[in-house]
Design a protein around this ligand. Structure first.
Ligand SMILES: *Cc1c(COP(=O)(O)O)cnc(C)c1O
Length: 230
């Protein structure tokens, strides 16, 4: 079995190849370690190996591991399904909340951040394949959500995030990734207030190369870094 450090090094090489294929600068692709179920010591190994950030899915698990110092040395992202009653424990703790998908959440995050005297960076999660089972806002509703964001104090939208379906064939998700890139560029061109379209977060262990080839600049990898989850 290869070590976390070896895995990260191999992933960096794959990122580099995919970025060059795209004509993008490999140094601008952020590698986020998706660390659900992983221990503080495994997370520390990933940070030592040079991942750019760590992403957690569940607030309770995250708060516990925070107390153990699991994330020291790297920015912390929240990448999981966001429940409104957990917002207060995430705002100001995570540098980037990647999974914001409704006006209600946007407003609540903005209120909390304002009361703390900070501006919270967020991504808007888009349900790009229109799946019933997934959170994320439908692509058609993005203009409405960005209009709201432009008038919401306390937040800065830094880009988009998506989790397409598990591909059943090779490169099966490329059309979804390509569509996300179009939406990303389109929103960028509109120059909304409170919006700086820096990050397009898409691509997981099984499809990150395709995602980068279609314009992703932030990938979230669990299995490829840590091995299979228990
Ligand atoms: C678990 C998870 C990932 C990483 O999944 P892998 O397939 O293990 O790379 C990425 N994004 C989110 C939101 C996740 O929950």
């Amino acid at each position: 079995m290869s070590t976390i450090a070896e895995n990260v090094q191999k992933i960096r090489e794959q990122i580099s190849d995919a970025a060059i294929n795209r004509g993008a600068d490999p140094g601008l692709i952020r590698l986020v370690a998706a660390s659900k179920t992983k221990s503080a010591s495994e997370i520390q190994k990933a940070i030592a190996a040079g991942v750019d950030a760590v992403g957690e899915n569940r607030q309770q698990e995250m708060s516990g591991k925070l107390l153990q110092g699991a994330y020291e040395g790297a920015p912390l992202h929240f990448i999981g399904h966001l429940q409104r009653n957990k917002v207060n424990k995430i705002v100001g703790v995570c540098q980037l909340i990647e999974s914001v998908s409704s006006v209600a959440l946007l407003t609540q995050i903005g209120n909390r951040a304002t009361s703390m005297g900070i501006v919270q960076d967020i991504l808007i999660e888009c349900n790009i394949a229109g799946e019933d089972s997934k959170s994320g806002i439908m692509a058609e509703e993005l203009p409405m959500l960005f209009d709201t964001a432009s008038q919401t104090p306390g937040i800065m939208v830094r880009g988009l995030m998506a989790i397409p379906p598990i591909a059943t064939e090779k490169a099966g998700n490329r059309p979804y990734f390509a569509r996300m890139y179009e939406l990303f560029v389109d929103i960028m061109s509109k120059k909304y207030d409170n919006v700086r379209m820096d990050f397009l977060s898409m691509g997981m262990s099984a499809d990150f190369i395709d995602a980068i080839c279609e314009g992703s600049n932030m990938i979230r990898l669990g299995t490829a870094i840590f091995g299979t989850r228990d």
